[in-house]
Write a protein that binds this ligand. Structure first.
Ligand SMILES: [Zn+2]
Length: 130
């Protein structure tokens, strides 16, 4: 059974099969783990603290313990794969199994928003931006 989302497992497998020992050590520093972030839930006349769980890494996805985000859409904490992991993967960009959305410019926050401004992204040919 998969421990993480398919996207996470797929990139982990990809890296494990290709990285040398030195880069594997960098991977360990940015190993995916479940991260929790508290946010205010204000719908249906309710207002309560809820917890969003996402995959991040202990180096890049630090949530201050007292942090309370305004909503899940406000969680501006980098999700896995984080930028350093994407940079590691980029060394294999010409590998047929490399996925373009692993490129560093597609790094996203836990909110699902892109880390980098959309204008800086080179969208693959033919992919219409929604
Ligand atoms: Zn990281």
């Amino acid at each position: 059974m998969a421990r993480f989302e398919h996207l996470v497992e797929e990139l982990l497998d990809f890296l494990m099969m290709r990285l040398d020992e030195r880069d594997l050590e960098r991977l360990v520093v940015h190993e995916p783990q479940r991260i929790s972030a508290a946010y205010m839930f204000t719908e249906d006349g309710r207002c309560e603290v809820r917890v969003d769980r996402f995959t991040g890494c202990s180096a890049c996805s630090q949530v201050p313990p007292e942090a309370l985000f305004a909503s899940p859409l406000h969680i501006d904490v980098e999700a896995w794969p984080c930028s350093p992991i994407r940079s590691l993967a980029l060394a294999f960009f010409d590998d047929p199994d490399f996925r373009y959305w692993w490129r560093p410019e597609y790094a996203v926050f836990a909110s699902g928003r892109l880390v980098h401004p959309v204008g800086e992204i080179e969208w693959p040919w033919g992919l219409v931006q929604g």
